[in-house]
Design a protein around this ligand. Structure first.
Ligand SMILES: O=C(O)CCC(=O)C(=O)O
Length: 248
């Protein structure tokens, strides 16, 4: 399914963190009330509802997602004293990002984290990381994030599946609007894994692993890329694919 492309998060201070939390919590409350949703098994209930909304166009639902907020501008959620801090990952031993210039070569969302404030059903569509980098995503607080992953060895099979099924697949993957029910992928013979990420948990995406998912309510996450030495062949491959126009 081709989801509507998200609009850039407005810089006009429409929300503070507090007002976004209120908006997001009210959205969950109102949604449950309006559709008289049972409170049993909320994660499964949300998952069924999510795919039903996407595939059957049951209702036109749109939610705000404060995504891709540069931690360098809006602030990180990690305490400065924290031993585990995605904001300092780039400088750690074995990170190849330690060799880039801190002043001129930092890229928000790649070498320095992005912060995300989620709402029920806010989504991230199927994608791999830029240049097939590793990605680490830490949940600070709030409702679980539902993740779907394809292992590295499924990357080519997934792309072949997209090519045979979706005409506009390159544009949709590039614009992060391609959402596909994992059941469809399983039926096509692909291996798909699911995880619920809860506060205090880190999800690590390995190079060339496609992933997608959605949020189950208000939550706060922070994510950054990582270039470990074993990423180098993947980086080289991504550059080669860019050159021949097979990666955008
Ligand atoms: O939570 C999100 O919206 C993005 C998650 C993601 O794709 C990542 O951290 O790599």
């Amino acid at each position: 399914m081709d989801l509507k492309k998200g609009l850039p998060f407005s810089e006009d201070n429409k929300y503070t963190v507090g007002s976004f939390r209120q908006y997001s919590q009210a959205f969950s409350r109102d949604y449950d009330y309006k559709f008289a949703r049972s409170t049993a098994c909320p994660l499964l209930r949300n998952e069924i509802e999510y795919w039903n909304l996407i595939q059957n166009y049951k209702y036109d639902v749109s939610v705000d997602y404060a995504a891709d907020l540069a931690a360098s501008k809006y602030g990180s959620q990690f305490p400065v004293s924290s031993g585990f801090n995605l904001g300092t990952l780039f400088s750690q031993k074995d990170s190849l990002f330690q060799f880039i210039s801190r002043k001129t070569q930092h890229v928000n969302g790649v070498t320095f984290p992005w912060v995300y404030f989620g709402t029920l059903f806010s989504s991230f569509c199927w994608h791999v990381e830029d240049n097939f980098l590793y990605a680490l995503n830490y949940q600070h607080q709030g409702a679980p994030k539902t993740w779907y992953f394809l292992p590295q060895d499924q990357c080519e099979a997934f792309q072949a599946f997209l090519k045979s099924t979706y005409q506009r697949k390159n544009k949709m993957v590039q614009e992060l609007t391609l959402q596909i029910n994992p059941i469809e992928l399983l039926k096509a013979g692909l291996k798909v894994y699911k995880a619920y990420q809860r506060p205090g948990e880190t999800v690590v995406n390995f190079p060339k692993c496609f992933h997608a998912g959605f949020n189950n309510g208000f939550n706060v996450n922070e994510a950054v890329n990582l270039a470990a030495p074993d990423w180098l062949p993947f980086g080289q491959e991504s550059v080669r694919l860019f050159r021949v126009g097979k990666l955008k």
